[in-house]
Design a binder for this molecule. Structure first.
Ligand SMILES: Nc1ncnc2c1ncn2[C@@H]1O[C@H](COP(=O)(O)OP(=O)(O)OP(=O)(O)O)[C@@H](O)[C@H]1O
Ligand SMILES: [Mg+2]
Length: 280
């Protein structure tokens, strides 16, 4: 069954970004969500926007394939080709603000399991939120111009923190998922997200609790999100099998799709789909 189906013959597409504090589980959740959406019959483009790109591992792409990845924003030949203005002395002075990006996914994405392709965007060096460096321009333009067809979804794994959200890479997304742990510092991010909301320009913002160990943790997350008024898509329990998959270099979904954590992410996927279907 395709859950993105509104009416017979009519399908939606979905663009979702996953953010949060360092180490909370963004990559685990983004990679698993991408594959579960892929299993629903959608074509998925997973975009890794983290400079220390690890989304390949959560997607189950083999390490020997991953070793060959050159992130788009570190591909100097590409940046030169797409952004250099003929005759200009150096890139730092003059470069195009509207580089061609329509073929990047097709040319550079790597095929993974479950109908998911991975595009590693890589680092966006910043010298302030309004960075105008060529790599940032390439990534921003790519994000803004990604046009999804029907039966397609786009899942972006962000780097840690929320400052990056003000850089425009998330503009035009249907949903931003903020992953949080039951710790004060991770939960504070939710407040920062609200402050940034007007810059972020995203359809909807949701929280997901991760590494939740018992009722006290659940309560702590519930309180924090109530204060911020951000809806909770669900909690993912602390799951030894997710850790074990990491140790073995496997995608957690390949190790045990029925582990408590994987089942919780399945429920979150269902909730996300039904919530975003309401957007008209
Ligand atoms: N529910 C969970 N239960 C147990 N371990 C988990 C869970 N979710 C994630 N982990 C583990 O926590 C670690 C960090 O996860 P992950 O890399 O997904 O976080 P991240 O937010 O993407 O980190 P970074 O900020 O470095 O990109 C990994 O070792 C992962 O296996
Ligand atoms: Mg990560």
């Amino acid at each position: 069954m395709n859950l993105l189906k509104n009416n017979p013959g009519e399908y939606r597409n979905l663009k979702v970004a996953v953010a949060g504090k360092g180490g909370v589980g963004k990559t685990t959740i983004a990679g698993t969500l991408a594959r579960l959406l892929g299993r629903d019959g959608l074509r998925i483009l997973a975009v890794d926007a983290d400079p220390s790109y690890t989304l390949w591992s959560a997607l189950g792409i083999p390490v020997d394939v991953a070793k060959k990845i050159i992130p788009l924003t570190q591909n100097e030949a590409l940046i030169d080709e797409r952004l250099k203005i003929q005759g200009a002395e150096s890139l730092s002075g003059f470069f195009k603000l509207n580089p061609r990006v329509d073929d990047l996914a097709e040319k550079f994405a790597i095929q993974g399991p479950d109908n998911v392709s991975l595009l590693v965007a890589g680092t966006v060096e910043i010298g302030g939120s309004g960075c105008m460096c060529p790599s940032a321009t390439l990534l921003k333009t790519l994000m803004r111009h990604l046009v999804l067809g029907t039966d397609e979804a786009f899942v972006m794994d962000m780097d840690a923190g929320v400052e990056n959200l003000g850089r425009g890479t998330t503009k035009g997304m249907d949903a931003l998922i903020v992953v949080t742990e039951p710790s004060r510092r991770a939960l504070q991010i939710l407040g920062k997200i609200k402050d940034l909301a007007s810059d972020i320009d995203i359809g909807r913002i949701y929280a997901v609790g991760n590494k939740v160990d018992g009722l006290e943790d659940e309560e702590m997350i519930r309180e924090a999100i109530k204060n911020e008024g951000i809806p909770l898509l669900g909690n993912v329990p602390l799951d030894r099998e997710i850790k074990e998959a990491d140790r073995r270099g496997m995608a957690p979904l390949d190790m045990n799709p029925d582990s408590p954590g994987m089942r919780a992410i399945f429920d979150i996927k269902e909730r996300l789909v039904s919530e975003t279907q309401d957007v008209t």
